[in-house]
Design a protein around this ligand. Structure first.
Ligand code: UDP
Length: 237
């Protein structure tokens, strides 16, 4: 069910299998394992411990991670994009009358995201939301609100490592089942940012589309070759 890539166990089943697997946990932290995130984790003990913890599942988010799984000769069945998993969980929550809570992005993006999700999933219970610009060490009002609302799934869209820091700090004390950092997903749900066209996604070129649309991302791409070189170097260990 997992592919060993460097020191990580990356989920290698289908999205459907993942939805079933999640059920087994009391609390679970889902990590969108793209090369940048996984590479950063190798140099940050706090992140590394979190990514490799018993209650964490790393999903193969990004073509670089899919390629890495081929390099170690245990290919994942499919790429699982964090945003697609988030939507699957949202659908499940609507179906099963469970609530979700959203943290992250700028206020107007968050408002648009809530509105869009609510109009697409009319029976979905979004029990609370908070923009992503607050002091991680001084947010007891937010923590108290989540404790009171007891959402089933908590989606945190503040980019890595900020969203991971929030989860690491608060997962134990919060009464949620699913904790998931979702990066720029609220920007996409809000309609502000478009995902790449399907043909680009299927060719594994989503990263290229994002760089064309948001050139500042180019700096972040260097971690893809760095990650893959490391995978090549240690592939037999
Ligand atoms: N963000 C936030 N708080 C911060 C910094 C960023 O809520 O202090 C939000 C930002 O508004 C955007 C998202 O985090 O919505 C950035 O995600 P990014 O695109 O970097 O994530 P990726 O999808 O690349 O992991």
């Amino acid at each position: 069910m997992f592919t060993r890539i460097l020191q990580y166990n990356v989920f290698n089943g289908t999205l459907k299998e993942l939805m079933n697997y999640i059920e087994k946990f009391n609390k679970v932290n889902i990590i969108s394992g793209n090369p940048e995130v996984l590479y950063n984790g190798l140099n940050n003990p706090l992140l590394f411990n979190n990514f490799t913890g018993d209650n964490s599942i790393i999903i193969p988010d990004g073509v670089g991670t899919v390629v890495a799984s081929k390099v170690v000769k245990n290919p994942v069945k499919e790429k699982i994009a964090g945003i697609e998993l988030m939507e699957e969980i949202v659908k499940k929550c609507q179906r099963e009358s469970k609530s979700i809570y959203l943290i992250g992005a700028k206020q107007e993006i968050l408002d648009a995201c809530v509105e869009k999700l609510q109009s697409k999933y009319t029976k979905l219970n979004i029990s609370g939301s908070r923009n992503g610009y607050f002091d991680l060490n001084n947010c007891s009002d937010l923590i108290d609100d989540i404790k009171a609302k007891k959402p089933y799934a908590l989606f945190i869209a503040m980019g890595s490592p900020r969203q991971d820091s929030f989860i690491i700090k608060n997962m134990d004390q919060l009464p949620c089942k699913i904790f998931m950092g979702v990066g720029g997903s609220f920007d996409v749900f809000s309609g502000k940012v478009k995902r790449a066209p399907a043909w680009m996604i299927s060719l594994g070129l989503e990263w290229l589309y994002r760089v064309i649309k948001e050139p500042f991302r180019i700096k972040r791409l260097v971690s893809i070759p760095k990650f893959l070189l490391k995978v090549l170097k240690y592939k037999n260990e």
